[in-house]
Ligand binder design. Structure first.
Ligand code: C2O
Length: 578
């Protein structure tokens, strides 16, 4: 029978299928060509690694439920991988990206196709390189729109604008971290912060006139309209305060999960975190249009000199535009650098919607109790190498539960999948500190850390609770801890040492915020919970890149579940080899 005489029922069937086809998920294809590109900032021209010659890199635009396929081609001299920060990667750990954890790096001249589906997330995430310090310039936004036909749970914005924070170095960041690891001291700090790759008018640069447009990101807004700003902190080593003069922001989403909206004049966003805020442009009241500065500068708990204490500015300009010099210029006030009280109050405001549409599926109780210290320490460094470490015979190190993570030379995930782990990692990562001490009090005399490639093995769907405790060794410091493969609930936080007999009574199990990166408070603790419902190997580390370099990282192995859809998929055929 020819196509021209199909029975009517088939046509009817085709018509019924049609609306579903329209709603079905889409596959979004991208090619990321990693190349060197000359870029000028602060009057310095440097060849930097970029994706497709762009800095910041291209944005991934997708919808909840879509599949994303990105072919990454490495055309630079160094190894590279790309991580889709915050994307859950359900059963697709091969596409997660951290070098030597889920894959061997993509070598020069090679390529690798990342292939994953966005499930149960909507908001803003970002992608970045996950090899050494390459993410200093290799980063870009991931925009996840709600499913087709599903509205935002807040007023529909007139425009949506990514605001991505970064750090600019006048010299190659790879040379900076190599030198720091060589000498045992802290790395040089960045020369500027950037907003959408631009440092703004507050930096000295010979060619810069006041408010040089080429160096400054400018957001033009129309009176009375709503804007959704998608804030992303892609900086290497610094948490940032952000504020816009004369405008209150409404926080609506963090790390691609909605929150109960709340108003604030200042947003705090750590490296690895994203925050969607609504900005309502002021109505036209006939007064001459003004220019409002948007500023970001660090929230820093480390010692002075260990962070870049400069300020990046961008401009909020009302249209129709007048002449910049003739209009009033407003500047916001930001908290002081070490305003830990602000940080605590701010993070306490973040709550899940916990609504029928967006329930908070918080583990009621946690099976194995994990208590992890996170902080700095030292390693012996007997040979003098022109070092600048904490003392003459030590170098900086960092650890979780006093284990400083040794990077393996092959990928953990493949070793796990092949059941061939003996020479790659051990499963004896301590669930609690082996030697308890007064974590936030006077540091112990011996601050040496141990080293190892140790993991925690979990069975599928374990209810996990981890209390992350800052330590005061080398100074109490806030650590933005990032977990790959999961969104976790932040059920509690506090100052001082965690008290397992008192503190759990105050946990919020009703509407805790859900996210992938949480600031462990300086001199305090935070408690997170999640279901281990994603089989694979998942990195957890401080998103201050220097601390990751020093070993503040570990990995979770989640075993397959019994059902077919609870198993890690087989590795793709183009998975890079070490
Ligand atoms: Cu955004 Cu493992 O990192």
């Amino acid at each position: 029978m020819g196509a021209h005489c199909l029975p009517p029922l088939v046509f009817l069937g085709a018509l019924l299928v049609l609306p579903q086809l329209l709603l079905a998920s889409t596959t979004r294809y991208y090619t990321f060509n990693v190349t060197m590109q000359k870029v000028t900032r602060l009057c310095k021209t440097r060849a930097i690694p970029t994706v497709n010659g762009k800095f910041p890199g291209p944005k991934i635009l997708t919808r909840e439920g879509d599949r994303v396929v990105v072919k990454v081609v490495n055309n630079i001299k160094q190894n590279v991988t790309i991580h889709w920060h915050g994307v859950r990667q359900l059963r697709t750990g091969w596409s997660d990206g951290p070098a030597y954890i889920t894959q061997c790096p993509i070598q020069t001249g090679q390529s690798y196709v990342y292939n994953f589906t966005i499930t149960g997330q909507r908001g803003t995430l970002f992608w970045h390189a996950h090899f050494s310090w390459l993410r200093a310039t290799l980063y870009g936004p991931i925009i996840i729109l709600p499913k087709l036909g599903v509205p935002y749970p807040f007023p529909k914005p007139y425009r949506e604008v990514p605001i991505i924070f970064g750090e600019w170095f006048n010299v190659d960041p790879e040379a900076i971290i190599a030198q720091a690891l060589q000498t045992g001291g802290g790395p040089n700090v960045s020369d500027a912060y950037t907003i959408n790759g631009l440092p703004g008018p507050l930096y000295n640069c010979s060619s810069k006139a006041h408010l040089t447009p080429a160096d400054t990101f400018k957001l033009k807004v129309q009176p009375g309209k709503w804007y959704l700003l998608r804030l992303i902190n892609a900086a290497l080593n610094d948490e940032l305060f952000f504020s816009i003069a004369n405008h209150t922001l409404t926080v609506v989403d963090v790390d691609a999960s909605y929150v109960k909206p709340f108003d604030t004049d200042v947003v705090l966003v750590t490296p690895g975190q994203t925050t969607n805020v609504l900005l309502r442009a002021k109505p036209d009241d006939g007064s001459p249009p003004a220019t409002h500065l948007m500023l970001a500068r660090p929230y820093a708990t480390g010692r002075v000199g260990t962070y870049d204490n400069t300020t990046v500015a961008a401009i909020l300009e009302y249209v129709p535009a007048g002449h910049i010099k003739s209009r009033p210029l407003f500047r916001p006030t930001l908290p002081v650098f070490n305003d830990t009280a602000f940080a605590a109050n701010y993070s306490a405001k973040l709550r899940s919607p916990a609504s029928p549409d967006y329930p908070a599926n918080v583990p009621r109780q946690a099976e194995p109790p994990f208590f992890f210290t996170a902080g700095l320490g030292t390693n012996p460094c007997p040979t003098y190498r022109g070092r600048s470490g904490p003392t003459n015979d030590t170098k900086f190190s960092a650890s979780v539960n006093n284990v400083s993570f040794n990077m393996p030379t092959t990928a953990l995930l493949k070793a796990h999948y092949d059941g061939n782990t003996a020479s790659v990692y051990t499963s004896d990562f301590p669930a609690v500190p082996l030697v308890p001490f007064n974590y936030t009090g006077t540091p112990p005399n011996n601050t040496n850390v141990s080293n190892g490639t140790k993991v925690v093995v979990l069975s599928y769907n374990t209810s996990v609770e981890v209390v992350l405790q800052d330590t005061s060794i080398q100074g109490a410091e806030s650590h933005p801890l990032h977990l790959h493969g999961f969104d976790f609930f932040v059920v509690g936080q506090g100052v001082g040492n965690y008290d397992s007999s008192q503190d759990p009574a105050n946990f919020n199990l009703l509407d805790p915020v859900q996210r992938n990166t949480v600031g462990v408070p300086a001199g305090g603790w935070v408690a997170i919970r999640f279901y281990a419902d994603n089989p694979g190997v998942w990195f957890m580390h401080c998103h201050l890149e220097v601390h990751t370099s020093w070993g503040l990282k570990m990995a979770w192995v989640v075993n397959d579940g019994p059902l077919p859809d609870q198993k890690l998929m087989p590795p793709p055929s183009d998975l890079p080899k070490c």
